[in-house]
Design a protein around this ligand. Structure first.
Ligand SMILES: NC(=O)c1ccc[n+]([C@@H]2O[C@H](COP(=O)([O-])OP(=O)(O)OC[C@H]3O[C@@H](n4cnc5c(N)ncnc54)[C@H](O)[C@@H]3O)[C@@H](O)[C@H]2O)c1
Length: 407
């Protein structure tokens, strides 16, 4: 694949690759309708799912950021706060109440904090908070999982990779979320011809499943640097051979995107060797599961990483990649940046509100530039603050709207 070297001056910070002029519509599969609100109204219904642990703390910050950004960019929100996870179990006896799913489905986008905690760890599987998370992803039929891995210049030393390797990394993994070996049939346990116990699974993809994730990935690449690397194992697996064939065919519809292919074993090596070569990666469920975790570790800070899950139509689900962090819950120690950046993804990829998304991204960079840090990203010479105070500082940055790149 083509290599591109991005140079960041230590104070010229613009780690989000977005080309706003090309992108004023939300991301959906080609046949899908646009969101329910016309651009002139710019009023959206957002379902908030604070969840458990630090979830309510970080969602509260993100909600304030959305509200202020909205008032400055001409957007109005109707927020519906609903129960999910342990909070829902305690109140209703199930981890995903029907009402939560129904309200979420009717909204324009869903913003989730995190679920889970020690209290429910020993519950039966169907009564675990995590079951609610899987159920809402399934209920919203989100098949495309977007996981950006961005190394912030201010936090480059948090990476476990050498500075010169990590600096400037800004990539997006687009993972197929509802197909492949995690769901393929037949699956199960049995006995082979020697009478030995076996376990087996099936990696299977239908053409339409590949096509729809490929369309999402090409559109994301268009919003970024215009380079898409499709990762597969087409030298061994038939499902990957079909994957490569379909992605290559769909590339004809996106002449402005440069497509390359890479085998997954090489991709896992290249992510550590020279991650800057990647812009957008598209891959299947299992490879994406592994590669997106590998990519996120390049950044070194779980509290900074947002994600989005999108479907054909209907609302997208936006959430930080971290969990409910029960060890620091209720102590005002949570880093809200990942949730605030998830709110920016909600605006950009869920609602097509690129300008408002950029204002939030700029605010995050400005807050970091002003040296404000929660404990998880604190280093000598910066100022340690709690979740609430960091939220207030982000609001100041939203208000001042210092453009990225400004000192
Ligand atoms: N999407 C989700 O809601 C999700 C994802 C992963 C885990 N979980 C659940 O969360 C619970 C805890 O899981 P875990 O400990 O493995 O993962 P975790 O992500 O909650 O925490 C891992 C470590 O990172 C820290 N951390 C995480 N987010 C942080 C933030 N925003 N600011 C500062 N520090 C942060 C935590 O304090 C902890 O030390 C479990 O019940 C698990 O099932 C939920």
């Amino acid at each position: 694949m083509a290599a591109s070297l991005q140079v960041f001056h230590s104070k010229l910070v613009r780690p989000f690759h977005t080309l706003s002029s090309r992108s004023s519509t939300p991301l959906r599969c080609s046949a899908a309708p646009p969101p329910s609100k016309s651009h002139s109204h710019r009023r959206y219904t957002i379902t908030l799912l604070p969840g458990d642990g630090i979830g309510p703390e970080v969602i509260s910050v993100a909600k304030d950021v959305l509200l202020l950004t909205g008032s400055l960019e001409g957007i109005k929100y109707d927020f519906r706060e609903m129960l999910l996870g342990g909070a829902a179990l305690d109140a209703t006896g199930v981890p995903l109440p029907e009402e939560t799913l129904s309200v979420a489905k009717q909204s324009d986008a869903v913003l989730l904090g995190a679920i889970g905690g020690y209290k429910w760890d020993k519950n039966e599987k169907h009564l675990k908070p995590e079951t609610g998370l899987l159920q809402i992803r399934k209920g919203l039929q989100v098949f495309a999982n977007l996981r950006p891995a961005t190394v912030f210049p201010q936090l480059v030393d948090a990476s476990t990779l050498k500075r010169e390797i990590a600096e400037g990394v800004d990539l997006m993994v687009v993972r197929e979320l509802t197909g492949g070996i995690y769901f393929g049939k037949p699956r199960g346990f049995g006995t082979n011809e020697n009478g030995e116990e076996i376990g087996y699974n099936t990696e299977v993809y239908a053409a339409h499943e590949i096509d729809r994730i490929a369309h999402v990935a090409f559109k994301i690449a268009q919003k970024r640097q215009g380079r898409l690397c499709s990762v597969d194992k087409a030298n061994v697996l038939e499902a990957s051979m079909l994957w490569r064939k379909r992605v290559s065919a769909i590339a004809q519809k996106y002449p402005d995107v440069e497509l390359s292919h890479m085998y997954v074993d090489n991709a896992s090596m290249q992510l550590i060797r020279y991650p800057k070569q990647f812009d957008t990666i598209v891959t299947n469920n299992i490879f994406g599961d592994i590669l997106s975790d590998e990519a996120s570790m390049i950044t070194g800070s779980i509290g900074m990483l947002p994600s989005a899950s999108l479907g054909d139509s209907g609302p997208g689900l936006f959430e930080p990649i971290h969990g409910s962090a029960p060890d620091i819950a209720g102590q005002d120690k949570a880093n809200p940046f990942a949730t605030v950046l998830s709110a920016a993804m909600l605006l950009r990829y869920g609602l097509g509100e690129d300008k408002a998304a950029e204002r939030i991204e700029n605010a995050v960079l400005d807050t970091l530039n002003r040296g404000l840090r929660t404990a998880d990203i604190y280093s000598a010479g910066t100022k340690l603050v709690g979740c609430k105070q960091l939220g207030e500082e982000i609001l100041k940055s939203v208000e001042s709207n210092v453009p990225a790149g400004a000192v």
